[in-house]
Design a protein around this ligand. Structure first.
Ligand SMILES: *Cc1c(COP(=O)(O)O)cnc(C)c1O
Length: 454
């Protein structure tokens, strides 16, 4: 497929009237016309349930090592997992503020509180580093898959891994996960940070002996530079956020863990009890992997929606036009400037877009102002602190109820809603410094007050 050219924009607009609204950076909902029944969709997939199971097994092998080197994971026996919580007070507040009942339960998946790096990236990012480390150790016969992997916590292994390097491009959170995990194992690690990455994330990494290189441009450039560095050095492994199957599979493992948590909360998901999941989307790997894993388990009973900032709707644009990574938001005049730094991505992953296309129910966009308002509201109602990016999912049930009636009718869901459940994927926040969080809260508070007294 060729790249998008600006002179073709009028033709594209005629084909996709929603493009005008997207370009105007107004909030919108897009329902995926290419959604298929699971049965047919899965036949097109390059990845299978076996691949996800393999990733799950690998994480179990590493659990004794993780428990040893990250004591905060000890109570969970080295399995990096986050709580799933009902948020009834937030539900009430959403219903009041948006004058819209939300039928069914509302829950928050607190990836904001994942151990080690406090974001969704502690799934895919850490998994990919572990897989690479395992591969090297097996290849050099320093390890077998039947060993107790806590032996990796030794000078012998750290010296071995120090001969190798790892590189990644990031808006911040992926850098945190890859940096912390790689440095812990003993790798030389370089994180190429885009301009929007927060200073505290860079400082934290430098304190852990991670090499941080800063760029004045956006995420795509940081990735490109990381790739260049790795290309010139055979001992350097590049974590390719735009194309990596490993990252995707690391995220997908979340699904079977979530299934157990839903069972513990006695929430049924089946033909008559639909599950709706709202996932903030940057380049796509995190939400894509999780949605894929959930589809494998719940098939047509789960409905996944991606949420993106109005100024960075790259996945929506790629899916709507079918151009995937051959188009960027900048190509159509959107600036990719947002305070949701984890989502500040102008060009989506082509691999994720194509893989998730038959499974995704839709995408919607949300303004930065809305993110801050929701951030404040979640603190007031539930005492839970998320970073701005992580609030993108929170408005999902409102958007679906107000603007997704066609979808609900088409899939015969209208009458089942009251027995269903909505899960907001809270993708980050636990590591945000307190003063930064106070600033976010204040921003949300100011916006709420101007709305009340315009
Ligand atoms: C990275 C990130 C996402 C989205 O994940 P992608 O794989 O980039 O799509 C969402 N929320 C937060 C907080 C993130 O850091």
């Amino acid at each position: 497929m060729k790249e998008f050219e600006f002179r073709e924009l009028q033709t594209w607009k005629a084909h996709y009237p929603l493009l005008n609204k997207l370009i105007s950076t107004k909030e919108l909902v897009w329902l995926n016309p290419n959604l298929e029944k699971f049965e047919t969709g899965i036949k097109k997939s390059p990845l299978t349930q076996d691949d996800v199971r393999d990733a799950e097994e690998r994480l179990k092998r590493f659990a004794p090592y993780i428990a040893k080197v990250f004591p905060e994971t000890k109570t969970m026996n080295g399995i990096i997992e986050s709580p799933l919580k009902r948020i009834p007070s937030m539900k009430q507040s959403l219903e009041q503020n948006y004058q819209q009942p939300i039928l069914g339960e509302l829950l928050l998946k607190c990836d904001s509180h994942l151990p080690i790096s406090g974001s969704i990236k502690a799934r895919g990012g850490i998994y990919e580093v572990l897989k690479h480390a395992e591969g090297l150790a097996l290849q050099h016969q320093l390890l077998t898959i039947h060993d107790d992997y806590s032996i990796l916590d030794s000078d012998k292994f750290r010296t071995f891994f120090s001969q190798y390097s790892i590189a990644v491009g990031s808006t911040g959170n992926l850098g945190l996960s890859i940096g912390i995990m790689s440095a812990k194992l003993g790798f030389n690690v370089t994180v190429h940070m885009s301009a929007d990455a927060k200073q505290w994330k860079k400082d934290l990494l430098r304190n852990k002996n991670v090499h941080v290189i800063e760029y004045e441009s956006d995420y795509s450039k940081a990735v490109e530079e990381g790739r260049l560095q790795a290309d010139g050095d055979p001992s350097c492994y590049f974590v390719d956020d735009e194309n990596s199957h490993d990252l995707f599979l690391g995220y997908a493992v979340a699904a079977s863990r979530l299934k157990k948590q839903l069972e513990e909360l006695e929430i049924t998901i089946d033909e008559n009890h639909p599950l709706f999941v709202y996932l903030p989307c940057g380049v796509g790997g995190g939400p894509g992997g999780i949605a894929f894993g959930l589809k494998l388990l719940y098939q047509d009973h789960v409905h996944c929606f991606f949420a993106e900032p109005t100024h960075s709707p790259c996945m929506l644009l790629g899916l709507m036009t079918g151009l995937h990574d051959k188009i960027s938001v900048q190509d159509i005049g959107i600036d990719n400037v947002t305070d949701a730094d984890g989502l500040a991505v102008g060009r989506p992953s082509g691999f994720v877009g194509k893989t998730i296309e038959p499974f995704l129910s839709g995408n919607y966009t949300v303004s930065d102002e809305q993110l801050y308002t929701l951030l404040k509201e979640l603190i007031d109602t539930e005492g839970i602190h998320l970073e701005p990016s992580a609030l993108a999912g929170m408005i999902g049930p409102i958007k679906l109820s107000k603007e997704g009636t066609d979808y609900l009718l088409k899939h015969n869901l209208t009458k089942k809603m009251s027995k269903g459940a909505h899960i907001i994927w809270g993708t980050g926040g636990n590591m945000v410094p307190e003063e930064m969080m106070r600033y976010y809260y204040q921003k949300g508070l100011n916006l709420t007050q101007t709305k009340k007294n315009p």
